[in-house]
Design a protein around this ligand. Structure first.
Ligand SMILES: [Fe+2]
Length: 203
């Protein structure tokens, strides 16, 4: 059985008024994400030991294995992008539900402090990667970042709640080289904090 590109939970044009145009989503989902899925399927097809494994298993078993780096990269990118599409709100974005706001207050000292730390992680990731809100093993919310196809699933540092793709392909059409503006736009207008709150609730 091969991996499939998941449908977006909204139309390609749905976020156009909030800083992510149709062209960005068509390229990012239809070309970039599809390419990771296709490459992963080709790698699994060539390697019997990888067949029949869930995506999360492929990520953990290939992590730190130089011989399986292409598997890790494509599996991680498939998982991260699938999670990223859900981290964008179909209609209203940037609204923090009360229960999540209380937890952000407790663990960061406020929603604005959380946003500042998240922005620092997004900007501090040199080159391509991802900025995350996670529920750390100690039960506290934390912000972290991963390079390239890295994911907290592999490092085990915590459970992902929300993610921002900071690869240039995520923002170059809408924001050119301005990753800070892209990150602010995400935090204030696009982020699906309901999704983060639901992930926290089920953790
Ligand atoms: Fe991406």
């Amino acid at each position: 059985m091969s991996f499939l590109l998941p449908a977006l939970p909204y139309s390609y044009g749905a976020l156009a008024g909030r800083g992510m145009c149709q062209e960005t989503l068509e390229l990012h989902h239809g070309k970039h994400h599809q390419a990771y899925v296709s490459a992963l399927n080709a790698l699994v097809e060539k390697n019997e030991a990888l067949q029949g494994k869930a995506l999360e298993q492929l990520i953990t078993l290939s992590h730190g294995r130089p011989d399986l780096a292409p598997v890790f990269n494509n599996a991680g990118q498939h998982w991260n992008h699938s999670f990223f599409w859900q981290s964008l709100a179909a209609e209203q974005g940037g609204i923090v539900p009360a229960a999540l706001a209380r937890k952000l207050d407790a663990d960061f000292g406020g929603v604005d402090e959380f946003k500042a730390q998240f922005k620092a992680a997004a900007l501090g990731q040199f080159g391509s990667g991802w900025a995350w809100l996670i529920l750390a093993k100690n039960g506290r919310l934390e912000v972290t970042k991963t390079p390239n196809a890295g994911t907290p699933l592999a490092t085990g540092e915590g459970r992902p709640l929300l993610v921002l793709d900071v690869w240039e392909h995520a923002y170059y059409v809408d924001f050119r080289n301005r990753r800070p503006d892209f990150t602010d736009n995400f935090l204030n207008r696009l982020a699906n904090y309901e999704f983060a709150a639901a992930n926290l609730q089920s953790a």
